[in-house]
Design a protein around this ligand. Structure first.
Ligand code: UT7
Length: 311
């Protein structure tokens, strides 16, 4: 049996901290509304998608004890590329000094789950890839209307990355996955070229909960595992109330959730790796632990993956 394991990880956040009080002073909103309705207290704005990706990627490669040239596959999940052409992964690949292939992947806020599943599958396919760098990086502040209280307080910037190394004698990293979307729901969350994000928040909320719950049960069935066997639930960090609603329906207690949204806001592709890495750095994972990654986003896309930590 062959498989991959996560051997390195790294995060990057811009320096500029924006608190709820900063919005209070210029929008018709309040710290108490934002905290009660979303769980967000502060977030970071600034940087570029490639710059944050390079910082997170470099940290992950160093943590794995590798030279950048050892990376032969770079997958960058982003909704906010630096340019239309070329892919932002080209810039990141050049700046890090990676080898082999690189591509961008856009599945909105479910993108990081898609990216991990895609990279793991490519490493296992026997098509020449051995070490993958999987980055989620987004600069949503650039496509957010800072005058719209319905979105301005939610979205933010950041990046997170992991290194996947393929080994012949290893158990699989991804035990089960479910990637999907309903493309007929474009109108509830979108941004046109050069425009700001438009969102029907309540509708996204309702559909996100349903999609994440159904998808989580699907991967548990696929893997033949029970909820009790999930050591850590790493949800997309959009809204604490969405996390609570999903976790409650799955019966996962709060001590098994990975949460960073209180300090990061919704960083789209970066949110799942940022939460995962925060848990790792707080020694919340041991070798063999089962982790549920769960994302949803514009499209509407969803993605669930059960991964074995340190396999
Ligand atoms: O990554 C995926 C992307 N998006 C999401 O995951 C977002 C999903 N949706 C949500 O997180 C929530 O729907 C929101 C946080 C966006 C909104 O929370 P809600 O509890 O669903 O509120 P609502 O949209 O039902 O709005 C309730 C009220 C409205 O006022 P009226 O019509 O009742 O007078 C809004 O205008 O809250 C108002 N409101 C605000 N008030 C103060 C909306 N935004 C704000 C704000 N401050 N920032």
């Amino acid at each position: 049996m062959s498989g991959s394991s996560i051997t390195g990880w790294g995060s990057a956040l811009p320096e500029k901290v924006v608190t709820n009080a900063d919005f209070e002073s210029r929008l018709d909103t309040s710290d108490s509304w934002i905290v009660e309705r979303t769980g967000i207290r502060e977030r970071r704005f600034g940087g570029t998608t490639s710059g944050l990706a390079v910082d997170a990627g470099a940290a992950a490669i160093e943590r794995a004890g590798l030279e950048p040239s050892a990376i032969d596959l770079l997958v960058l999940s982003t909704t906010t590329p630096d340019m239309t052409v070329p892919a932002t992964s080209s810039t990141v690949h050049a700046q890090l000094g990676c080898s082999g292939a690189a591509f961008d992947l856009n599945a909105a806020c479910a993108g990081y789950v898609y990216a991990v599943v895609a990279a793991d599958a490519m490493l296992s396919a026997g098509i020449g890839f051995t070490k993958a760098l999987v980055i989620g990086s987004d600069t949503l502040s650039a496509i957010t209307d800072m005058e719209d209280r319905g979105t301005a307080v939610l979205f933010a910037d950041g990046a997170g990355a992991v290194v996947l190394e393929h080994r012949e004698e290893a158990s699989p990293l991804v035990l089960a996955s479910d990637l999907g979307l309903d493309g007929s729901l474009l109108s509830i969350l979108y941004a046109e070229h050069g425009g700001y994000m438009k969102m029907e928040g309540r509708e996204v909320f309702r559909r996100a909960v349903r999609a994440c719950v159904d998808s989580a049960f699907k991967v548990l069935r696929q893997a033949g595992l029970t909820v009790e066997e999930i050591a850590l639930f790493v949800p997309h960090q959009a809204n604490l109330r969405i996390v609570e609603a999903v976790a409650q329906r799955l019966s996962i207690p709060p001590e098994r959730w990975a949460i960073v949204l209180d300090t990061t806001g919704n960083t789209s592709s970066a949110s799942i790796p940022l939460a995962l890495i925060d848990a790792v750095e707080h020694d919340r994972l041991s070798s063999g632990d089962i982790v549920l990654l769960s994302g949803f986003g514009a499209g509407m896309t969803w993605g669930s993956a059960l991964v074995r930590w340190g396999a």
